[in-house]
Design a protein around this ligand. Structure first.
Ligand SMILES: CC(C)(COP(=O)(O)OP(=O)(O)OC[C@H]1O[C@@H](n2cnc3c(N)ncnc32)[C@H](O)[C@@H]1OP(=O)(O)O)[C@@H](O)C(=O)NCCC(=O)NCCS
Length: 198
């Protein structure tokens, strides 16, 4: 357990250990501040498997996003196979806000999504962001209760915009983030209520 927030590098190593123990498979997580064709291919393969086609981004769109300020991409491999990713960047409308654009994992319900989000929050804390925001849905076409998933991590509902969907925000507070970090990286385990399934 941590009494202060670790630096991102240490949090990454902790996340790998945590998920390797939990899944019983070799987990590595790497961090990139830019995208190249190889990484775009990995992201696209997961993205196309997990999202419906109207939500897919082209390579050009992804490349454009990767040029934005403070861009970060976390990519998780299971036994060397690309299996999950998350990326986000500075919200250009307000310098205190960071935008979490996309997250997806091939293996669901094993704690990968929440670990990636906690790593992103540590990154945003280090960069002195005040808020992390994202757009989602109450429930998607597969019955995943996405709003509840984010709320369970401490995000709050800001409203529903016709074009954007459900808007969520996380206010970065060091004390609360340490608690979330300890919960997700150390204490949670065992059976849980089905947040993502009705
Ligand atoms: C949304 C998503 C990233 C969540 O990642 P995940 O690794 O499946 O989620 P986690 O395992 O970290 O689960 C977080 C919580 O939801 C619950 N949960 C997750 N999947 C579940 C499932 N299939 N059934 C029941 N509960 C589930 C877990 O019990 C966990 O609860 P806990 O915090 O009390 O332990 C993942 O479902 C996904 O890739 N979905 C497709 C793409 C997508 O919709 N992305 C988000 C767009 S906004």
């Amino acid at each position: 357990m941590q009494t202060s927030l670790p630096v991102l590098e240490d949090a990454l190593r902790r996340a790998e250990t945590r998920l390797t123990e939990k899944l019983g498979e070799s987990i590595t997580i790497s961090l990139r501040s830019y995208l190249d064709e190889r990484l775009i291919q990995k992201i696209t393969a997961i993205d196309h498997e997990k999202f419906r086609s109207e939500l897919w981004y082209s390579s050009e769109e992804l490349m454009e996003k990767s040029l934005k300020k403070d861009f970060i991409c976390l990519i998780l491999h299971i036994n060397g196979e690309p299996s999950a990713f998350l990326y986000g960047y500075d919200d250009e409308f307000d310098s205190h806000w960071f935008f979490l654009d996309e997250i997806a994992t091939k293996q669901e319900g094993k704690g990968i999504g929440k670990v990636l989000i906690v790593l992103l929050l540590v990154y945003c804390f280090e960069l002195d962001y005040t808020f992390v925001t994202l757009y989602t849905e109450d429930q998607d076409e597969k019955g995943r209760r996405l709003r509840a998933f984010y709320e369970h991590l401490g995000f709050t509902y800001m409203g529903t915009e016709p074009e954007l969907g459900v808007v969520m925000k996380y206010k970065i507070n060091e004390e609360e983030l340490i608690k979330l970090y300890n919960r997700v990286m150390y204490s949670e385990g065992g059976p849980h209520p089905p947040y993502l399934r009705p």
